[in-house]
Design a protein around this ligand. Structure first.
Ligand SMILES: *[C@@H]1O[C@H](CO)[C@@H](O)[C@H](O)[C@H]1NC(C)=O
Ligand SMILES: *[C@@H]1O[C@H](CO)[C@@H](O)[C@H](O)[C@H]1NC(C)=O
Ligand SMILES: *[C@@H]1O[C@H](CO)[C@@H](O)[C@H](O)[C@H]1NC(C)=O
Ligand SMILES: *[C@@H]1O[C@H](CO)[C@@H](O)[C@H](O)[C@H]1NC(C)=O
Ligand SMILES: *[C@@H]1O[C@H](CO)[C@@H](O)[C@H](O)[C@H]1NC(C)=O
Ligand SMILES: *[C@@H]1O[C@H](CO)[C@@H](O)[C@H](O)[C@H]1NC(C)=O
Ligand SMILES: *[C@@H]1O[C@H](CO)[C@@H](O)[C@H](O)[C@H]1NC(C)=O
Ligand SMILES: *[C@@H]1O[C@H](CO)[C@@H](O)[C@H](O)[C@H]1NC(C)=O
Ligand SMILES: *[C@@H]1O[C@H](CO)[C@@H](O)[C@H](O)[C@H]1NC(C)=O
Ligand SMILES: *[C@@H]1O[C@H](CO)[C@@H](O)[C@H](O)[C@H]1NC(C)=O
Ligand SMILES: *[C@@H]1O[C@H](CO)[C@@H](O)[C@H](O)[C@H]1NC(C)=O
Ligand SMILES: *[C@@H]1O[C@H](CO)[C@@H](O)[C@H](O)[C@H]1NC(C)=O
Length: 524
């Protein structure tokens, strides 16, 4: 990209700032209420060749700009390009279209037969279970795969492909290890048409995978048993279905209607040591926290691609401020029936890194990541809703507290829509306004979906302390000292349409230009 265009871009933004700040109060008197239409963008990235991240150009800017007087449209045409979907959708581009199965074999130049002698590995994602007339019903889900031998040199090369703009040799030793670890976990060969079976046992308080927290979950008096998953794995090695488990005679599981506590069972996958997980048997009533992870529980900075990349591939996962303290307090002070479910759209291949971080830092709970059949971009945009609907369908009598940040446009649609659709079940929505606190994220977000919802039931907040002392059980979701400024339309700090909790200080515009230019340099 020519320097000239960059300068033009900078000038355009400055002009936008100087001339065209829209009157933020001039929101159309009547905003049409309709189910938000997902912005389906074409596959943004191909995994291919030496420079893997080739973007299809598309005028996404004009999409995001509708509602702010088309100001950004002109910016888009000055730039002659687009802000890529992963920025506006909050989906990290480095996690798009990861290679699977045969693609991995061909990238590594090996044959399926070369893996025959390799052990079968199992990713067993910590499941939740509901209580039904037939007893406990556990949603086993995960993936079966083999790990090919990859030399350290080759892993370095492969990692470099992800670390756009950074050479793995420039990282510290521990960062290199993490980069190789995640790269290795991506270059696996999924195994289709496999049977899978499990052995269940009551989980001692620490859980098989050493999970602390988890509030008042208890160890059931019994319940040891073997379970055969009723289907073979998909072509991509995934398995995902509810399977009823038995009440083993002579002291088994507590019935869902005789305990208020979440019960924990350890799940061991037959034939491997890699498929351990804890299952959470969740009573029919109580509060379930459904929490996103990136930029709410950990520092990711998805909206700054290079940072997001390093924060995922190289740097140790880092908690976001004192958020663990807030979660620990919820876990300890809310009723025994409280359950935590971590729902991230990060691809399945990165799940172990995410689980490892969460269970060291936050209360134990069940997990959802993006299954492999949702890997194209249009499916990527629907995955969160798909997973959320599944949890709601599984626990029709529970209340939900939904937590995430404003940089995910899928969250900004799905969370308020759930509150419209299940008004008696969405207890609170907590959204960190990343644009209000982080100069690196100045892209617009849309609060239209919140129109018509009880304004006491959601809060846009800036720091974890804003969440202190809320009486969530009784529906107090709003800390009155945190100014809310919801316009029910596109909001953007850059354009002076301030979101919750007020405006950014300082040289926001300059930072925006820097961020945008950095983004474009990566893209072009
Ligand atoms: C609990 O549920 C089971 C199965 O639905 C039912 O047979 C039993 O009577 C219930 N127990 C109580 C205490 O409600
Ligand atoms: C999986 O189990 C079913 C039922 O026991 C059996 O019919 C099928 O052959 C098994 N598949 C494989 C690949 O072993
Ligand atoms: C909560 O669970 C604990 C066991 O972990 C139990 O001792 C306590 O009585 C329970 N509290 C209520 C209110 O049921
Ligand atoms: C399992 O059996 C025990 C003893 O018969 C009973 O108390 C308990 O309610 C049963 N639990 C389930 C999950 O049905
Ligand atoms: C799983 O392994 C256990 C012991 O290793 C064995 O008793 C059980 O039959 C196996 N279950 C299945 C379904 O293969
Ligand atoms: C899984 O559990 C088994 C049995 O407790 C244990 O030997 C093994 O080390 C565990 N695997 C992992 C990865 O923790
Ligand atoms: C990568 O790290 C995860 C989480 O720390 C760990 O469970 C896994 O075994 C590591 N994988 C490899 C291939 O070293
Ligand atoms: C992915 O597979 C699940 C079952 O594992 C299915 O319910 C879902 O519809 C599939 N999604 C897509 C996009 O194919
Ligand atoms: C349990 O979960 C399944 C799967 O989501 C759902 O179809 C079923 O209705 C749920 N049962 C109850 C009693 O909530
Ligand atoms: C509200 O937010 C402020 C500022 O973060 C915090 O000090 C306070 O503890 C929070 N809770 C309540 C109930 O005011
Ligand atoms: C912990 O939660 C309780 C109950 O909601 C609340 O009263 C207390 O202020 C909270 N403490 C912190 C540090 O958030
Ligand atoms: C709220 O938004 C309006 C309109 O965008 C803006 O003028 C005002 O400064 C904002 N207030 C705060 C506290 O951010």
């Amino acid at each position: 990209m020519a320097l000239q265009s960059l300068l033009l871009a900078a000038m355009a933004i400055t002009a936008v700032r100087a001339v065209a700040i829209p009157d933020p109060t001039a929101v159309p008197a009547e905003i049409e209420m309709r189910a938000p239409v997902p912005v389906v963008t074409p596959a943004a990235i191909r995994f291919d060749g030496s420079h893997s991240y080739m973007h299809n150009r598309r005028n996404i800017l004009s999409d995001i700009a509708s509602g702010v007087d088309g100001v950004l449209n002109s910016l888009g045409s000055v730039l002659g390009t687009d802000v890529p979907a992963y920025v506006t959708e909050g989906i990290p581009q480095f996690f798009q279209d990861l290679p699977t199965g045969d693609q991995v074999l061909s990238r590594l130049d090996i044959n399926d037969g070369d893996l025959d002698a390799k052990p079968t590995e199992v990713l067993n994602i910590p499941p939740y279970a509901n209580w039904t007339d037939q007893g406990w019903n556990v949603r086993f889900h995960g993936n079966i795969y083999k790990i090919p031998d990859i030399s350290r040199e080759k892993l370095n090369d492969l990692a470099d492909v992800f670390l756009i703009g950074t050479d793995i040799q420039d990282l510290t030793e521990s960062q290199q290890n993490q980069a190789r670890n995640l790269t290795q976990s991506i270059f696996i060969v999924q195994q289709g048409d496999q049977n899978v079976s499990f052995h269940l046992e009551p989980a001692p308080m620490q859980g098989a995978s050493g999970q602390p927290g988890g509030g008042n979950a208890i160890t059931p008096p019994g319940g040891s048993q073997d379970v055969t998953f009723p289907y073979e794995t998909t072509d991509l090695g995934d398995f995902d279905a509810f399977v009823p488990i038995q009440n083993v005679s002579g002291g088994g599981l507590l019935a869902g209607n005789e305990t208020n506590n979440v019960q924990r069972l350890n799940v061991y996958t037959n034939g491997t040591l890699s498929g351990n997980a804890t299952a959470y048997l969740v009573p029919p009533e109580g509060i379930t926290f459904i929490s996103d992870i990136d930029d709410i529980l950990r520092v990711t900075k998805i909206y700054q691609p290079k940072e997001g990349l390093l924060n995922s591939f190289a740097r140790p996962f880092t908690q976001w401020m004192n958020m663990p303290e807030i979660y620990a307090n919820w876990s300890q002070t809310l009723p025994n029936s409280t359950h935590f479910h971590y729902l991230t759209t990060t691809p399945e291949q990165a799940t172990r890194l995410y689980m490892d971080f969460i269970y060291k830092t936050y209360p134990g709970g069940s997990f959802d990541t993006r299954p492999l059949n949702f890997s194209d971009v249009s499916a990527t945009l629907s995955i969160r809703n798909f997973l959320l609907q599944k949890v709601f369908a599984t626990f029709p009598k529970r209340k939900f507290v939904l937590v995430a940040d404003t940089s995910n446009s899928d969250v900004m649609k799905a969370y308020p829509q759930l509150a419209h659709d299940y008004p008696n079940q969405v207890q609170c929505i907590f959204l960190r306004n990343t644009s209000a606190t982080d100069e690196g994220d100045l892209f617009p977000y849309n609060t239209e979906g919140f129109k018509g919802l009880n304004s006491e039931r959601y809060m846009f907040f800036k720091v974890p302390d804003d969440l202190r002392g809320l009486d969530i059980e009784n529906g107090q979701c709003l800390n009155k000292t945190i100014t809310q400024n919801v316009t029910f339309a596109r909001q953007a700090e850059l354009l002076g349409i301030h979101g919750a909790g007020g405006r950014l200080q300082g040289s926001a515009v300059v930072s925006f230009v820097v961020a945008l230019v950095a983004t474009l340099l990566l893209v072009l």
